[in-house]
Design a binder for this molecule. Sequence first.
Ligand code: HSE
Length: 441
Amino acid sequence: MKPIQVGLLGIGVVGSGTFNVLARNQQEIKRRAGRGIEITMVADLNVARAQELVGPNVQVVSDARAVIGNPDIDIVIELIGGYGIAKTLVLEAIAAGQHVVTANKALLAVHGTEIFAAASAKGVMVAFEAAVAGGIPIIKALREGLTANRIQWIAGIINGTTNFLLSEMRDKGLDFAVVLKEAQRLGYAEADPTFDIEGVDAAHKATLMSAIAFGVPVQFEKAYIEGITKLGAADIKYAEQLGYRIKLLGITKRTSAGIELRVHPCLVPAKRLIANVEGAMNAVVVQGDAVGTTLYYGKGAGSEPTASAVIADLVDIARLHTADAAQRVPHLAFQPNAMSDLAVLPMSEVVTSYYLRLRVADETGVLAKVTGILAQAGISIDAVLQREADEISGEAQVAQTDVIILTHDCVEASMNAAIEEMQALPSVLEPITRIRKEELA
Ligand code: HSE
């Protein structure tokens, strides 16, 4: 059979990895796909550099529209990123009857409903394994491997940059701003790391996993997002003393009240495997009713790990290209006419447990007032740790101490109200730190 022809839009880190892995493993891939897969066109603004990367046998153009709608190109790989021109080009490729492979989590998390509907109407595939957790085949696992299950929850370390920063903070006892600066200097964090450190990138990925796990539309706008910029070395240390690690988790859960979709720093018991995922690695835990707990671990970014996911999609498409569109795996795992309208819960309705740190004046009755407010709000305390006052550095006028409280589960709205009340106590000297806690049992 004639090799399937692929056009690549953007040959940066992932694009060049895709080209190289496809070339290196072409025989192995052909044995699996049943036919050859060839990148025959590349569109990139830097034509000379692109031509150098792919050699003389591949046509390089500067205009992506020479690839879109080109009858010789069966599959378009979109590696441009962002919601702008990438969206236009993906929709144009679909309209032209071309299959699309993309690593663009932002595009699909925000515009997935429109894009998947257009693809279904046209009978083409939009494959996006590379959009979530890079080289880890988590989309495949959720959409196919776990298809027997009623999935209950997913919790993942799905942003390598932030996991690297948190590992550095813990290893070196440094605050966030210090490790970020060093990571940028070494090129481990982007010059503009906003999407990573504010949790937006993780929320894009959590949104996609949530949709596939529960058969709901992609709803990025309803995700609760909190990044790691306010975390201090002290909290990482206290968490450790209590038997926990702090990780930025993307969490989605199905509850009787609705779906939780949230990204925030989280205390995780140090004995959980996911708590021990260090550096830029990614890991995703999935809980299904039949299978129980499963864990997926690997590189969530990088040239060849992400290329591994892109090429897996190319192979899927090569195999299913001639199949009846109705027999293919649905984009979001569930048939488009069988999607659920279970609502995403506002954060105020989410039930979880908490770590609180209060810098207080070290005087009689403070702890009683604080615990009294929690009791009044119906919030049960699990553990309390008080740091020795003489360990507090600085030139404070009054003796100060840190009180650390772990709570049992309560609804977030109750915790918000209790924090507001505790904050108003004259003996509470600084903004209260609140970090959510997940047992992931
Ligand atoms: N910037 C992401 C990360 C990789 O740090 O994991 C691409 O989503």
